[in-house]
Design a protein around this ligand. Sequence first.
Ligand code: HXC
Length: 262
Amino acid sequence: MIFENIITSLHGEGERKTGLITLNRPKQLNALNDALMDELGSALRAFDADAGIGCIVITGSEKAFAAGADISAMAKFNLTDTYGSDFITRNWETIRSIRKPVIAAVAGFALGGGCELAMMCDFIIAADTAKFGQPEIKLGIIPGAGGTQRLPRAVGKAKAMDMVLTGRMMDATEAERTGLVSRVVPLAELMSVALAAAQSINELSGMSVMMAKESVNRAFEGTLADGVMFERRLFHSLFATVDQKEGMDAFLNKRKPVFVQR
Ligand code: HXC
């Protein structure tokens, strides 16, 4: 596929590869406009549908993962443009429907919609240069792609209120301490660490990986009792797969499993 605002590439060894999506509007610090988000949605859907892909990584540049929604595109919007056209819903929700794991590899600024995009991924690996923030309040608006909902779930109410109400940035150390990111690594190692994490996922049984993702996501919706029951049923169903037999047999016979994705 030919894109103008993102670059896609395949990485890794073995039968299942990693689909890497690099946001690529460097002059605008990867500000997220409709064209970029449409391309991101297309690339995500294509990778999700490709049996040769096990995991997806989204990254930006060294300076910016993404500095937010494109302010120049939004500046003249009125209520008809936003509410009337259901601004952002069209192409921002695609990532939520992706069933394979999506890792955000973040260096530099992840602000506003950029922070929200990173939080929509399954987990975030950050370079030590990463800076996260929801500065929308300084523009006279509020986060519009889930920031007020996902940030408190990730870092708790006090930190989320601080970030959303003051618009200040959080550095990588604070982001790891508060649970926004899973790991912080030196900038030079960001892509090798993120691609290695993806590669380790590629080597697993894809059905157990997708069910694990579905089950963890369920923890953020509904009650604990419902979530535990949902997990139990997915757990039960994995005993119908060839890969469960293989995984357990390999362990018992002290060998590396060879998963067949069935
Ligand atoms: C459009 C942007 C942009 C953005 C940066 N640029 N962020 N253009 N939308 N969100 C452009 C600048 O205008 C500038 O263009 C170029 O990128 C480089 O940016 P500088 O400001 O010169 O760089 P620097 O001084 O290093 O500052 C970096 C920065 C700053 C701190 C990230 O650019 C900044 O504060 N950006 C805005 C961040 C923000 O408010 N994000 C939230 C947006 S609202 P020129 O042409 O001058 O070189 C949002 C709502 C989401 O995300 C709602 C759901 C979708």
